[in-house]
Design a binder for this molecule. Sequence first.
Ligand SMILES: [Zn+2]
Length: 90
Amino acid sequence: MADDEDDARRSDHRIAETVLRRLQVLDHPRRWQAHVEHGHLVLCDDFDDPVQQHLASIIAIAVPGVSSIETHLRSTCPHHHRGRLAGPAH
Ligand SMILES: [Zn+2]
């Protein structure tokens, strides 16, 4: 049973996977986590480094389907407890 909402969720998940795969050029694959909701991407990591966040944003915005980006420190990430998480499990 696939409605539009399910399709959107599946494509958000694919976007997150693609973003994380591309971000491996910056650092080890487990560094970043991605939350995607309707094309809005949130990246979080444990290092509050504006240069790395900027580079990651440049790479991520090139991924098809990404419409906007926020970056957060993982410990203060407002999206982290919503249960829609892609990438390595904690
Ligand atoms: Zn997060």
